[in-house]
Every structure is written in C-alpha cells, then in structure tokens.
Design a protein around this ligand. Structure first.
Ligand code: SF4
Length: 92
C-alpha cells in the first residue's frame, strides 16, 4: 500500500509532526480526492510507530487509481478549506 509521505493536516486525530499514523486511510467520495479518514478528536490516535498508508481509494478518475486501489509511490495530504485532500491526485 502506498505511504502517506506527508500529511499537513495537523488537526487530524491521526496526525503528529506532519505524519499520518492511521494504518490504512481511505481516500475519496467518488469524485473528490478527500481523505475520508480525517477527523478531529481530543486526543491523538493511530500507531505512533507507523506511517500511514492508503488502504483504499474511491477516486476512479485519478491516474494513479487501478481497480480502486492507489498505485502512486506515495501521496501528500493537505488541508483545503475544511477538508483534507490528496494533493497527489492527477486527472486521467
Ligand atoms: S493519488 Fe490518486 S489514487 Fe492515490 S490516493 Fe490520491 S486520489 Fe487516490
């Protein structure tokens, strides 16, 4: 599974020091490359010893998407307005 190389969404419960610690995130709501795993919580979660990976991606229109799985070498996630978006998304 591709690594979440950088995640700049500091507010996310899984983010510490610009690193995602969710073991497997899900990206996309079908058309928008949004991180579905993003949420806020009073304490941090995930595995602090691990770096997050992309478990599934529903953005079939992305160049890196093969069979609803991400094939990019790694992705970058950042906050855009109120959402956490995959910046590695590339239109086919
Ligand atoms: S790079 Fe494309 S296929 Fe990979 S997680 Fe981002 S939107 Fe999904």
């Amino acid at each position: 599974m591709p690594q979440v190389a950088v995640c700049q969404v500091a507010d996310c419960a899984y983010n510490q020091d610009s690193t995602c610690h969710a073991l497997a995130i899900t990206v996309g709501d079908g058309t928008h490359a949004r991180c579905d795993t993003f949420f806020t919580f009073p304490s941090k979660g995930g595995d602090a010893a691990a770096t997050g990976r992309v478990g599934a991606c529903k953005v079939s229109g992305c160049l890196h998407n093969v069979g609803l799985e991400c094939q990019a070498p790694g992705i970058t996630v950042a906050a855009l307005q109120d959402t956490a978006d995959c910046l590695t998304y590339t239109m086919r």
